[in-house]
Design a protein around this ligand. Structure first.
Ligand code: GDP
Ligand code: ZN
Length: 317
């Protein structure tokens, strides 16, 4: 593609940031950019820094080089707490559309407790979440009927794949298309094989970067967006995969179980944590089958795991 106008800035997406070099995807072309000096302070925030996922306006100075002149408003962000004395947030990436949670039907066994932990992270970051149960060739989909009926009703679409048999790949592609998605899921569920099915070659690119960053301490600083040939981006780095629950406080946990909002309004106490309090409408709803009992149990388990302060979780890890 010829450089049509060196004058007019073009809109692109920041896919990788190192200290001095910013890679921006402009219409499927990766341009190496610097920042115009005043950009840093332009937003009025002294600590402002460009983050992967930012939509920017860059002026091209050659086929492969440009200067970032402006950052467009952020639509969403994914962050985690930084280990330390005081709560400090580390912004991982911006403008994320969804979290794609990969679980497996077997090997490793499906555990809704794990799924609900990922959903808590999604909810805390106010991100949409989609659930994929892979390795369905090893199980009977009917075993997952309850999950397939409950989770979509809560706003979390759920579908099955077999990376091995190449089943459900078009479905995953349609979900990823033209969106920025964070891929999460425990080791061994089939993320690499799924990626290979979705976009051949991409899994190798990602794993070579992952191996490099795994050795470093600050894995989340190496977050990178991988463009998909059919439109959209994937974030898949060890730092993001290992997102924990350690920056979540006990008392706020109930806010991340969406269905508790509806029933919770009728609890006797307005600060009800839905554990042992009398007159708890959430517990009543569980008894009446209006709330998925397994999820309520997961809530209690996570609640117990999150002993008092979040930073105890760090030490226990
Ligand atoms: P990752 O750690 O999440 O990236 O998982 P991998 O993609 O490395 O897969 C772990 C193992 O599960 C490998 O031996 C894969 O061949 C296998 N696997 C992946 N997807 C499937 C699937 O859909 N069905 C079956 N039976 N095995 C799968
Ligand atoms: Zn209650």
């Amino acid at each position: 593609m010829p450089v049509t106008s060196r004058e007019a800035p073009q809109t692109g997406k920041l896919i990788k940031a190192t200290r001095n070099v910013f890679l921006v995807d402009i219409n499927h072309r990766i341009v190496s950019c610097s920042i115009r000096g005043k950009l840093a302070g332009a937003s009025g925030d002294k600590n402002f820094s460009l983050k992967v996922g930012d939509d920017v306006k860059a002026r091209l100075i050659s086929e492969e080089e440009g200067v970032i002149e402006e950052v467009l408003p952020r639509r969403s962000q994914l962050s985690r707490a930084v280990e330390g004395k005081a709560y400090r947030e580390h912004l991982i990436a911006t403008n994320i559309d969804q979290i794609l949670i990969i679980m497996s039907a077997r090997r490793p066994a499906f555990k809704s407790g794990l799924l609900d932990r990922y959903l808590v992270i999604a909810q805390k970051n106010r991100l949409n979440a989609v659930i994929c149960i892979n390795k369905i060739d090893l199980a009977d989909p009917e075993e997952f009927e309850e999950y397939a009926s409950w989770y979509p009703r809560l706003g979390y679409p759920l579908f099955f794949t077999s990376a091995l048999r190449r089943e459900g790949i078009d479905k995953i592609k349609s979900i990823l298309q033209n969106k920025v998605s964070v891929l999460v899921g425990h080791s061994g569920v089939g993320k690499s094989l799924l990626l290979q099915r979705i976009e051949p070659g991409l899994d190798l690119k990602i794993s070579s970067i992952s191996d490099k960053t795994r050795k470093g301490r600050h894995t989340t600083t190496h977050v990178q967006l991988f463009p998909l040939s059919f439109g959209g981006y994937i974030i898949d780095t060890p730092g993001v995969r290992e997102l924990g629950l350690w920056d979540i406080y006990r008392d706020e946990l109930k806010d991340y179980f969406v269905e508790f909002q509806t029933f919770g309004e009728d609890c006797q106490f307005n600060n009800c944590r839905h554990i042992k309090e009398p007159g708890c409408a959430v517990k009543a709803a569980v008894g009446e089958g209006k709330i998925f009992a397994e999820r309520y149990q997961n809530y209690k388990n996570i609640f117990n795991d999150l002993r008092a302060a979040s930073y105890e979780m760090i030490r226990r890890r």
